[in-house]
Ligand binder design. Structure first.
Ligand SMILES: Nc1nc2c(ncn2[C@@H]2O[C@H](COP(=O)(O)OP(=O)(O)OP(=O)(O)O)[C@@H](O)[C@H]2O)c(=O)[nH]1
Ligand SMILES: [Mg+2]
Length: 416
């Protein structure tokens, strides 16, 4: 167990009978099951991950003992951490910049070697350093573009312009290489988007609405969908498999006969839509159960509040995840959902690049690729270069508004 914050000295004294001096100690913790031998690391501020006083305590890995230690810590005033809260505190204490905090998340969720390599480079700050150098190159290119207008009437202007364009193309290729664009992560199969949620949440109705045809059976009877129903769906540049799953939870008429298959499919999906109808009480607990099986599922989840045409002031659960509200009946919110899904798929296709640094510099890259591909007049290219430079500068500043931060950290597992 790891605890961090101003109450740590008091808890260390009560629990381990120790002062807040930096030490590794053996101690005995009194729990209802008895006196338990424990090892503790007492880590005073500021030289800790979070910059706060921190206590790490290790007890034998018996679930009952761990639970009792958790209860004891709560009694002493500690509370459970929010997802990613340790990393967030590290970020807020200035121990970790946002790019690195995001790299931690990427590293946790990396599923292949490319993604792991990228995350490690981000974490070590290599990407930011390389990108800073790239920004300087682009700044000088941008200045040359601006200057070229002044000389465009002179006789060597054309040759100079060609050279400038060649240099810009070289820059674009280098940036693509830096961002890992040259070797897109090989996606074995089509990405899968799964619809997960309690019976009657409106999964099949949303499935049909996204496809634009009545492919899956819909009824007011809970437990209508049994085996998964799959269909291809085109979203932006992506063709995906959309999977409609059987409902999960106690309200299922089949008492969970098909729920395990649904859970397994949801866990394997690249993007999981968690559907919650107004007044539904099971979506959260079922999602929590999935998270206990695989903490990383959070980063793949998108919360969908359904049947918004029916909701009359019913307060929805706040899952602390990216969420959208839709009515498959009226079509409201479907465009927004498609947009969010396409953005997720773009991320997947770029090798799981999820950090703001990569997303923003990726946008700059796209802009420049477009600009150099077309036979655009220099004024237009120059303006695109300016915009790209602004995006990269912003990416390097790594400043993000509070709600973006909430979103980033919400995708961490609890305890990280
Ligand atoms: N008013 C309204 N009703 C909806 C909406 N979406 C679904 N419903 C209704 O909710 C009921 C359940 O819809 P389904 O799509 O079958 O739900 P499901 O989640 O697939 O249910 P199971 O397959 O049983 O797990 C049906 O009576 C639908 O007509 C919506 O956006 N608005
Ligand atoms: Mg269904």
């Amino acid at each position: 167990m790891r605890i961090s914050g101003p109450m740590v000295p008091e808890i260390t004294r009560t629990l381990c009978n120790n002062t807040m001096e930096r030490s590794a100690i053996d101690c005995t913790v009194s729990l209802p099951v008895g006196k338990i031998p424990a090892s503790a690391w007492v880590l005073p501020a500021p030289h800790t991950l979070t910059g706060e006083d921190t206590l790490e305590i290790r007890v034998p890995g018996n679930p009952a003992i761990v639970r009792q230690l958790e209860d004891r810590l709560r009694e002493l005033g500690a509370r459970d951490a929010e997802p990613g809260e340790f990393t967030r505190r590290a970020f807020e204490a200035g121990k970790l910049d946002l790019n690195r905090a995001e790299a931690v998340l990427q590293l946790i969720n990396a599923t292949d070697e490319t993604a792991r390599r990228q995350a490690l480079a981000d974490l070590a700050g290599e990407t930011a350093t390389a990108l800073t150098a790239m920004a300087e190159r682009l700044r000088s290119l941008s200045a040359r573009f601006e200057m070229s207008f002044d000389f465009s009437e002179e006789e060597h202007a054309d040759a100079a312009e060609d050279q400038l364009l060649t240099d810009l193309r070289t820059f674009v290729a280098d940036l693509a290489h830096l961002l890992g664009d040259a070797e897109p992560a090989p996606h074995r199969d089509r990405p899968v988007i799964a619809l997960f949620g309690p019976p009657n949440a409106g999964k099949s109705t949303l499935f049909n609405a996204l496809l634009g045809r009545p492919r899956a059976l819909v009824s007011e009877q809970p437990g209508t969908t049994r085996d998964p129903v799959e269909s291809e769906l085109v979203l932006g540049d992506h063709t995906v498999i959309l999977a409609d799953l059987s409902g999960v939870g106690k309200l299922d008429a089949d008492r969970g006969r098909f729920a395990e298959t649904a859970c397994e499919r949801a866990l394997q999906a690249d993007v999981m839509l968690v559907l919650e109808a107004p007044g539904d009480i099971e979506a959260t607990s079922e999602f929590d159960a999935l998270q206990r099986r695989d903490g990383a599922v959070r980063s793949r989840a998108l919360w969908v509040h359904t049947k918004t045409d029916l909701a009359h002031g019913i307060t929805a659960n706040l899952p602390g995840l990216e969420s959208v509200s839709v009515s498959a009946m009226s079509g409201g919110g479907l465009d927004e959902l498609r947009k969010r899904l396409t953005a997720r798929l773009d991320q997947l296709a770029s090798g799981g690049a999820t950090s703001l640094l990569r997303v923003r510099s990726g946008e700059a890259l796209k802009l420049l690729q477009q600009a150099t591909k077309e036979d655009a007049p220099p004024e237009v290219i120059a303006s695109d270069v300016r915009r790209a430079l602004k995006l990269i500068d912003e990416a390097l500043l790594s400043d993000a508004p509070g709600e973006v931060l909430d979103l980033i950290f919400s995708r961490f597992c609890i305890g990280k």
